[in-house]
Design a protein around this ligand. Structure first.
Ligand code: DP6
Length: 331
């Protein structure tokens, strides 16, 4: 049987950050996280298992995957083959409609779309939680991109064998926005995986971060349930700065901010002082994600576009869950 499946997933931005693993081999996160899935950006991935291939073939944005990318993709495909009892290799074609590898969560949407397309192409009819667990093993933030709206991912425990994200019911209708402020198109120098392993190994603040993160997560979760954007924004900023403070204290230090990142943060604070609720969040790169009400987002985006060094601002609303279509099934 040859089946080809085509999946679409949106990236997500964590408002309570995941940074640190219980164990790198199982990829279980050390802290709980909470994110919003973004409607304005997406990854589309096609997977086909077929006879005649001697290795997996992976094309990302029109070019062959690097060795490291290949290894991470094949690890997902190997798990799927094992579960489906398949021996055939696969071809994978994936494309993002936004910059890859620059702190814009391309691994989140990428591995979510891959997990969904690969399971479906292999004939596995898994529920979203199971697909989320598979995506999580490749990239923990990807577990959250299986779902739409606001999504939580619990922390793992050392002996856990399953950990999936969970959607927060009814949150895709909340009129909020995240304006993604792109400050550079250059790929980041230290990826999240490497960055968080280095932080755990060398930062004297790592234990403090792991102890603090659950309370920030809980504040963010309650704020989403209460539809309280100011409480959510305050918790999100604290989470982002605590994560970065912890990473900056690593040896050697990990500094993801650029001067433009800081200029955007300053502008966001200025907006807030002048009465427009807006809150900044940063991941493993120099981009800034700005949380606001949907009604204020266009004005905020136009102010941030004027900051010197800003390349582009994309306004996103809560996005839909990842979706998949089986496009061809032969004999
Ligand atoms: C800063 O999910 O990319 O974006 O599990 O090693 O693939 P791996 O890490 P990844 O890390 C994301 C880190 C973050 C915060 C977040 O999305 O929660």
């Amino acid at each position: 049987m040859t089946a080809v499946a085509y999946a679409t997933a949106h990236p997500n931005i964590a408002l309570a950050k995941y940074w640190g693993k219980v164990d790198a081999a199982t990829n279980l996160p050390a802290v709980p996280s909470l994110s919003m899935t973004l409607d304005a950006m997406s990854t589309t991935t096609t997977v086909g298992f077929g006879p005649g291939l001697d290795t997996d073939r992976v094309v990302i944005n029109g070019r062959s995957a690097t060795e490291t990318e290949m290894r991470r993709v094949s690890a997902v495909l190997d798990r799927v083959r094992l579960e489906a009892g398949l021996r055939t290799r696969a071809w994978v074609e994936t494309a993002n409609d936004f910059p890859t590898g620059s702190g814009l969560a391309s691994s989140a949407s990428g591995f979510a779309a891959l997990a969904l397309a690969a399971t479906r192409a292999a004939g596995l009819e898994w529920d979203p939680a199971r697909v989320s667990d598979l995506a999580r093993q490749a990239s923990a933030s990807a577990a959250r991109s299986i779902f739409g709206g606001f999504v939580t991912l619990p922390a793992g425990t050392p002996d856990a064998t399953f950990l999936a994200a969970e959607p927060m019911a009814g949150t895709s209708e909340w009129p909020v926005a995240i304006s993604v402020v792109i400050t550079t198109y250059q790929p980041k120098l230290v990826g999240s995986t490497e960055g968080m392993i280095h932080t755990r190994a060398t930062s004297p603040y790592y234990a403090a971060w792991v102890e603090r993160a659950p309370a920030l997560f809980e504040r963010a979760r309650l704020a989403v349930l209460a539809r309280d954007i100011d409480a959510l924004g305050a918790a999100a900023e604290e989470s982002a700065f605590a994560m970065h403070a912890c990473a900056m204290a690593a040896s050697p230090p990990l500094v993801y901010f650029s001067p433009v990142t800081l200029a955007v943060i300053e502008k966001v604070r200025g907006l807030r002082r002048s009465g427009t609720p807006a809150y900044a969040s940063m991941d493993a790169g120099p981009q800034v994600k700005v949380l606001s009400s949907a009604a204020d987002a266009a004005q905020i985006a136009s102010v941030l576009r004027e900051v010197s060094g800003v390349e582009k601002v994309i306004v996103a609303r809560p996005g839909s869950p990842a979706s998949v279509k089986l496009v061809r099934q032969g004999t």
